[in-house]
Write a protein that binds this ligand. Sequence first.
Ligand code: URA
Length: 292
Amino acid sequence: MAHLEDLKSKGVRNVSVHAETLRALASPATLAPSRPAVVDSGSPVLPKTTPRPTQVMAMPKRLITSMVTPSKLAAHARIVSAYSDKAAAFNELQTRVLVCLKCASLASSRTNVVFGVGNIDSPLMFVGEAPGADEDAHGEPFVGAAGQLLTKIITAMGVSRAEVYIANILKCRPDTPGESSGNRKPTLAEMATCIPYLHEQIDLIKPKVLVALGATAVEGLLGKTVGITKLRGNWQTYRGIPLMPTYHPAYLLRNQAMSEKRRVWEDMLQVMEKLEMNITLKQRGFFQQATA
Ligand code: URA
């Protein structure tokens, strides 16, 4: 038990357990329903929040079985239960958000609520402004042109889109009455109404690093209206979590200068360093101006 508690206190999220142990966990009615506790979904690139328990895996079957005590099983069940609780809390939050009617005009004009997407155990979370037309149509953040660029940036960092979590300040597309297309910035009232949902998402995910994409994301999370040009590249803190402000990918679509891409990339390199990710020389050199 002490061993598992110790692992838990060090942030270990998954534990390799012998098949017999799993069977034992599944049978008593008092234990939590099991989750795929031994699946390690950690990224090959993001530092593992779950070090592989190689020591246990290397041990002979007889020895492992003899080490399993009821107290260890109970501790393991508590860990498993904590993770099911997190997923359940996230589902409950999503259920509430999907039927939100707090902004009457947005609720009536939207096609979908855009809750968020990705790995709820990720150490890395991106926050944008609000869904656009594509996101409203698909119910997923950052799937339009700006989103595709964001996905490229994430991929260049060596991780997949599915390994991070992506959400917005606003969960509904800001309406543009009388116009057939176009986007508008969320109003302060809309942001104040919707931001508690994002706070709840962040509280549950507990990312190690937040990336705020653009001025509205910074304003929503930090209440700062300082220009993004001044803030980007400089670590901020959101409720104790390091937050990196950077340009919104839509800005990079409007301004194709290599220097601007490099700025965003330098911000991402800082994020990768903070997460102790492996950074190759090739990655360090992305978007550098060609010299002579
Ligand atoms: N821009 C955003 O800020 N969020 C999205 O989801 C899409 C575009």
